[in-house]
Ligand binder design. Structure first.
Ligand SMILES: Nc1ncnc2c1ncn2[C@@H]1O[C@H](COP(=O)(O)OP(=O)(O)OP(=O)(O)O)[C@@H](O)[C@H]1O
Ligand SMILES: [Mg+2]
Length: 234
């Protein structure tokens, strides 16, 4: 069973795009995939552009939206704050059940966080705790721009402190016009952190996952079988 938690150095850095590319690639390789957004804030349940809907489509729709994105809260703020605004705390037992049900139906579980690793979900738990609780290996997504070195190093330091396993560090070319730092960020992070860095390009259409998954999967899942680089299409 593949178990991945996708987090970011910040909100809006490409977690959903990367999660969708991983889900679509694994599905193309013949695996049954669940891609979950356990708590999504700032959206309406039936918004087709919401993360839960994008993840569900990329994973092939094995799970209905209500199981892909089981807790939807209207306020565009951190889960703990959005839940408080509704007067209903996040029910961890319910989320555990959703994760268990998803893994019982699939070969690969991809869980997208909200914002970064230390965003609180309840007063005492953040996404690092959930990733540990659900035994997820971490894919860390960061925007390839000035400032990413510090944000990434802080997150990596925390992952190590918590004993969470880093599966991949993805430097995502979010901006169409990269700043000067974008040329050197990957090499510098690899040098100072001793980790492998996967770079993803700026996409014309962020819904075109095929080329992105071809680039990502050999780095994120080197143990899976590949035919001449790109994952064999089945
Ligand atoms: N490589 C890329 N090329 C072009 N656009 C991108 C790329 N990566 C992300 N985007 C766009 O940037 C925006 C933010 O990306 P995404 O929704 O994946 O971020 P996120 O980290 O999941 O955000 P959130 O914290 O809200 O969940 C989206 O509009 C997405 O389509
Ligand atoms: Mg997202």
């Amino acid at each position: 069973m593949i178990r991945i938690g996708v987090t970011g150095t910040d909100t809006g850095v490409g977690k959903t795009v990367v999660s969708c590319a991983l889900a679509a690639g694994l599905r193309r390789a013949g695996l049954r995939v669940a891609a979950l957004k356990p708590v999504e804030t700032g959206v309406a349940f039936d918004d087709p552009a919401r993360d839960g809907a994008r993840l569900s489509r990329a994973a092939g729709g094995i799970l209905p939206l209500v199981e892909t994105a089981p807790i939807t809260l209207p306020d565009p703020v951190a889960p703990l704050v959005a839940a408080r605004a509704c007067g209903a705390p996040i029910d961890l037992g319910f989320l555990d059940d959703v994760v268990r049900a998803a893994e019982s139906k699939t070969d690969a579980l991809i869980v997208e966080g909200a914002g970064g690793l230390l965003v609180p979900v309840t007063q005492s738990l953040a996404y690092d705790d959930l990733f540990e609780r659900w035994r997820l290996e971490v894919v860390l997504v960061a925007a390839n721009r000035l400032g990413v070195i510090n944000h990434t190093r802080l997150t990596l330091a925390h992952l190590r402190r918590r004993g969470l396993t880093l599966r991949a560090l993805v430097l995502n070319q979010l901006d169409a016009a990269p700043d000067r730092s974008a040329r050197d960020n990957a090499a510098l992070l690899a040098e100072v952190e001793g980790v492998h860095v996967v770079e993803t390009p700026h996409l014309e259409s962020a819904d075109d996952f095929d080329s992105l998954s071809d680039q990502l999967l050999p780095h994120v899942f080197p143990e899976l079988e590949f035919a001449g680089g790109p994952l064999a299409r089945r």
